[in-house]
Design a protein around this ligand. Structure first.
Ligand code: DGI
Ligand code: FE
Ligand code: FE
Ligand code: FE
Length: 188
């Protein structure tokens, strides 16, 4: 496996400066949340670093991967926002040689969430959302909940994201709705 330094170097070649710096901040937040929740800090570091690895890949790379790895063809109806996590995890597996399924799932589900998420998966989902440089209505509440009650924070983000997509008339990926149903009624 690659060391952290080797991963950072590889990720650096894939991302422009603002996105690379986002990834380093998400790593730090993820490590903090891991300490607070007795999760594996090293896995939180790796997943935080790798979560947006594929964010700046051309669409053609994702389309090729969806076909080559026989992924759900419905993915082809979406775009980078959905692909960089769900399909990006396959690129991370092959290009960064990461085979830890929990790290791969944390990357896979960091945008849409999933009906069942381990503590590490919840941590990456939230760390991405509360990146200290993010500034949007509700981010302070999301930060507070993330440090107090992780499942409540997951429910909060899921509800806010769905409301935001609907307000924009954006297409909602079905897994995003499944995440809503699994988390919002139970943890809000
Ligand atoms: O990659 P980041 O910008 O750090 O963050 P992210 O991977 O959480 O991506 C967030 C974007 O993805 C945000 O603009 C909302 C969008 N998104 C989340 N769920 C869906 C979605 N976009 C569509 N079209 N459909 C979804 O279900
Ligand atoms: Fe992302
Ligand atoms: Fe996110
Ligand atoms: Fe991100």
């Amino acid at each position: 496996p690659y060391t952290r330094e080797e991963l950072v170097e590889k990720i650096h070649t894939q991302l422009k400066k603002p996105r690379f710096e986002h990834v380093l901040r998400v790593e730090q937040v993820a490590m903090e949340l891991a300490k607070e929740n007795d999760a594996d800090v090293e896995r939180a570091s790796i997943a935080g670093l790798c979560h947006d690895y594929a964010k700046q890949r051309p669409d053609a790379d994702f389309i090729t991967a969806i076909k080559a790895y026989h992924m759900d063809p419905d993915l082809l109806n979406y775009g980078n926002a959905i692909w960089h996590g769900l399909v990006g995890a396959e690129l991370v597996r092959r290009e960064l040689l990461i085979d830890d399924e929990e790290i791969l799932n944390a990357i896979r589900y960091h945008t849409t969430g999933a009906p069942y998420m381990t503590t590490l998966e919840q941590i990456i989902y939230m760390a991405d959302y509360i990146d200290p440089k993010r500034d949007f209505d509700g981010v302070e509440q999301a930060r507070q909940l993330s440090h107090e009650d992780l499942p409540k924070a997951v429910a909060y983000q899921t509800k806010r994201t769905l409301a935001y997509l609907i307000a924009k008339n954006a297409p909602v990926y079905p897994a995003t709705l499944t995440t809503y149903n699994a988390w919002v009624p139970q943890y809000s």
